[in-house]
Design a protein around this ligand. Structure first.
Ligand code: NPG
Length: 368
């Protein structure tokens, strides 16, 4: 397969309500969508990076620059391109995993569409639907949080994840447990907001029987997580710290986590995400699929990934309407707390041209 060029679309979509995490509040999602044009047909990719480098070091303008200057030219120069060759061809460029992931996704989609194979089949899916959880942002008040959680439970979500930060941790968890009971699958996500000096506070979460606490400490503090694990009962799950199958293996070996959140964009793509899954499965470590407020494109691929056998916990694979009133593909709709795994070739979904045009704020064609 030969890559002819890549259409780079900057898309801006309003969120149904502002989403607050320990690193900031988002009212809209601005992201890059890629259309790879190849000798075998086209394929779609989506980049997880946000406008600001607050979740990780990557950000939309930086991704655009590295794609344009280094990554796309390296693939344009390849004669016999396959999705499996993307990572090796780009390996000499350090980091920039989200940019690489978006490009690999587009090439993989083109390849799979040409062969009539779905993402799910290519990745090793063993299920035709996935259990869905939802990520609930930090709110201004407990009553507001309880309303939101109640709404998601009514919608059928099978697991609730509360965003936490110092000052918004034990009380919201207690309130949710008191209102909705001990049977609700409940977990929390700190997005690196704590330090080891917070052990006493984090230990106060132990009585609530949470499924896990996600990324309490800094991204690079793997040993700190191993230390923290000795002092709290809640299982630690890593997100930001796991950037590859190798780092997953290291973290598990060091005792830094008992569960892993897999986000394909964070680890450089769906093929590496599958390797993270395989490493975790080999160690008996459960995984679940994280989310980066994806459009229907990324959501389709995430749902396919989440249907692999090691994904034994519900993911942040929520329905399209969790974030968007109108998606750029046909919406993903919850059915009994689950989403169907797309079975068509490639992603199994395609952007609706008019919808995509409505939300596209800039477009450029990258070619030789
Ligand atoms: O369902 O897509 C989703 C959002 C899940 O909370 C979610 N993502 O830290 O995991 C995270 C968080 C996030 C949101 C990360 C925005 C980066 C930006």
């Amino acid at each position: 397969m030969k890559l002819t060029g890549v259409d780079l679309l900057r898309v801006r979509m309003p969120l149904v309500s502002p989403f607050r995490t320990s690193f900031g509040t988002q009212a809209e999602r601005e992201l890059l969508v890629l259309r790879a044009v190849t000798s075998e047909g086209e394929g779609w990719g989506e980049c997880g990076a946000m406008v600001d480098p607050l979740y990780s070091s990557e950000y939309v303008d930086g991704v655009e620059h590295v794609l344009r200057t280094f990554l796309v030219p390296a693939l344009l120069a390849a004669d016999d391109l396959t999705a499996n060759k993307v990572a090796p061809l780009l390996a000499k460029f350090k980091g920039h995993r989200m940019a690489k992931a978006a490009l690999e996704m587009a090439v993989l989609d083109a390849e799979l569409r040409a062969h009539g194979v779905s993402f799910a089949t290519a990745l090793g899916s063993t299920s035709d639907s996935v259990a869905c959880g939802v990520s609930v942002g930090i709110m201004d008040s407990i009553p507001q949080l309880l309303d939101a959680v109640g709404g998601y439970l009514d919608a059928g979500y099978l697991r609730i994840k509360l965003k936490i930060e110092p000052g918004w941790d034990v009380e919201p968890v207690r309130a949710v447990r008191e209102r909705f009971g001990d049977d609700v699958l409940l977990q929390v996500d700190a997005n690196t907001a704590y330090t080891l000096s917070d052990v006493p506070q984090l230990r106060r979460l132990d009585p609530f029987e949470l499924l896990l606490i996600e990324q309490p400490l800094e991204e690079e503090d793997v040993l700190g997580h191993a230390e923290l694990a000795k002092h709290i009962r809640t299982p630690i799950c890593l997100d930001e710290s796991v950037v590859s199958a190798r780092s997953a293996a290291d973290a598990i070996r060091l005792g830094a986590c008992r569960i892993v959140n897999i986000k394909p964009s964070r680890v450089g793509g769906y093929l590496e995400a599958r390797r993270v899954h395989d490493v975790c499965a080999a160690h008996g470590v459960p995984v679940w699929c994280g989310g980066m407020i994806e459009t229907g494109l990324g959501r389709a691929a995430n749902v396919a990934l989440a249907s692999l056998p090691g994904f034994t916990l519900p993911g942040d694979t929520s329905a399209s309407d969790r974030f968007y009133r109108t998606d750029i593909t046909e919406p993903f709709v919850l059915e009994g707390g689950r989403l169907p795994v797309p079975s068509g070739p490639g992603l199994g979904v395609t952007p609706i041209a008019e919808r995509l045009a409505e939300v596209t704020v800039a477009k450029s064609w990258l070619t030789d």
